[in-house]
Design a protein around this ligand. Structure first.
Ligand code: NAD
Length: 247
């Protein structure tokens, strides 16, 4: 029960890493507000948590909508009285090179992968201040640290999220609000599934361990950052990449 009594909002929780985080958070005693664009899949995920005795609620949300962020935070406070943890996990892939990409694609990726996280922080941080502290976990990527060909808008958004996490950590440290970024390598989820066959030689060449990551490999790190075990960590980067960035 490493998260007993904590109230956590997790975005993009219907699938992949967000779903694994929501399940592990509930198992560790958190009250989970799970949000996603895909309401149907989200309801199934939350039903699984509650069937196993966990505490969770499913709220449909588009993270790019400021109005919806206000409503999600208000509903969380109405249901559970506070916000302790925000996991900005929702994101989309964008296999585009600079010359291929059009500005609509660029804006879409920035809107979801960066602006959605900005809005989450903007509306959760005041509640964390009221609660006397909190933990924000921004799910970036190895693409926020090193270059990746054919992922320009994605890596730009993830790199900005990495830098933004550090600035927010500096701005809110004295309020006991910690802000860290997480940098997964290749994790087997619905996001990477379409590329698994064709890109496997590339993935294997960069991943130093002889296997790819599972959503739970990242979820354990996110639980640590949400818990008081990481109370002296802020503005840090938790890299969970099977050695991709070690080279
Ligand atoms: N899978 C990987 O290898 C990998 C590696 C590094 C970083 N990441 C990052 O980890 C996070 C989770 O990725 P995943 O692989 O679990 O992806 P996924 O596609 O399995 O899940 C992402 C979820 O986000 C939701 N979502 C998308 N747009 C949304 C929006 N506008 N509003 C609300 N929800 C929205 C989707 O419905 C989906 O349920 C993402 O931010 C991703 O960029 C993934």
């Amino acid at each position: 029960m490493r998260l007993q009594g904590k109230v956590a909002i997790i975005t993009g929780a219907a699938n992949g890493m967000g779903a694994a985080e929501a399940k592990l958070f509930a198992k560790e005693g958190a009250k989970v507000v799970a949000t996603d664009l895909n309401g149907e899949k989200l309801n199934e995920m939350v039903a699984e948590i509650t069937a196993n005795g966990g505490e969770a609620v499913a709220l449909r949300q588009n993270v790019t909508s400021e109005e919806e962020w206000k409503a999600i935070v208000a509903k969380t406070v109405e249901l559970y009285g506070k916000v302790d943890v925000l996991v900005n996990n929702a994101g989309v892939a964008s296999p585009k090179t600079m010359a291929d990409m059009d500005m609509d694609e660029w804006n879409k990726v920035m809107d979801i992968n960066l602006n959605g996280c900005v809005l989450g922080m903007k509306y959760c941080i005041p509640e964390m201040k009221k609660a006397g502290g909190g933990s924000v976990i921004n799910i970036s990527s190895i693409g926020g640290i090193v270059g990746m060909a054919g992922s320009s808008p994605y890596t730009a958004a993830k790199g900005a999220l990495r830098a933004l996490s550090k600035s927010a950590a500096v701005e809110y440290g004295k309020d006991r609000i910690r802000v860290n970024s997480v940098h997964p390598g290749i994790i087997v989820t619905p996001m990477t599934a379409p590329s698994m066959a064709s890109a496997m030689p590339y993935y294997e060449a960069h991943t130093q361990l002889p296997y790819m990551g599972e959503p739970e490999d990242v979820a354990y790190g996110v639980v640590f950052l949400a818990s008081d075990e990481s109370r002296f960590m802020t503005g840090a980067e938790l890299v969970i990449d099977g050695g991709w960035t070690a080279l």
